[in-house]
Each structure stands twice: as C-alpha cells, then as structure tokens.
Write a protein of this length. Structure first.
Length: 110
C-alpha cells in the first residue's frame, strides 16, 4: 500500500515525501514541476511529475548532475568511476563540453 506523508523537509518551505520521492510545495501551495528551485546557495530540479531529481539529468539540452540529496553540482569536477572520465560543471550547473575549461590545478582541458 502506498503511503503519502506531508512533512517539513529541511531546505524547503514545505515538502512532501512519498514512496516515489520528494516534492516541493511553496507556502502558497505552488507545486514545483519542470523547474529549478533555489534554497540558500543550493539549487534543485523537480521533474514533470514534481519529484526532485538526482544523478545525471539532461534538461533543455544541457547536462546537469544532482547529488543523492538533490543538490545541483556547481563549479565542481566529477569523476566517472566507470569510464575514468572527468567532467566539469560550471557555476550555473551546466556540464562543460566541446570547449576548453580550467581544471582544479589551473590547467586548461578540453
């Protein structure tokens, strides 16, 4: 049996945690869907069904990475353990590809 629970979720105004995932509702009742939500310095994305996403996501043709707690990776490098490739996510959260960018040591990478 599916159970739904309305609780206050840390980092959100009002959140609903269900068996399917975490949803965001503003205090005015707005349900976040297909949108980014900022909470302090952190950004989150909620999908078409209103659930917070995690992992690699393609949003409007751009790749983003969201940590297991839903926080968007920004101004950071991510090493894919399976491929050994390193990816850079800019300050706007978008994965940088097909252009040069500075790595953590100040060296330029493509």
């Amino acid at each position: 049996m599916t159970q739904n629970l309305m609780i206050l979720v840390p980092n959100f105004s009002i959140g609903a945690v269900t068996n399917e995932g975490t949803q965001f509702y503003s205090t005015s009742g707005y349900k976040a869907q297909n949108t980014f939500i900022q909470d302090g310095d952190n950004w989150y994305y909620f999908d078409n069904n209103g659930y917070m996403v995690t992992g690699l996501q393609n949003i409007n043709g751009n790749n983003y990475y969201f940590l297991p707690n839903g926080i968007e990776l920004q101004d950071s490098y991510l090493l894919n353990d399976d491929t050994g490739k390193e990816y850079y996510y800019a300050s706007n959260g978008k994965q940088i590809s097909n252009r040069y960018y500075p790595d953590a040591n100040g060296n330029w990478r493509y």
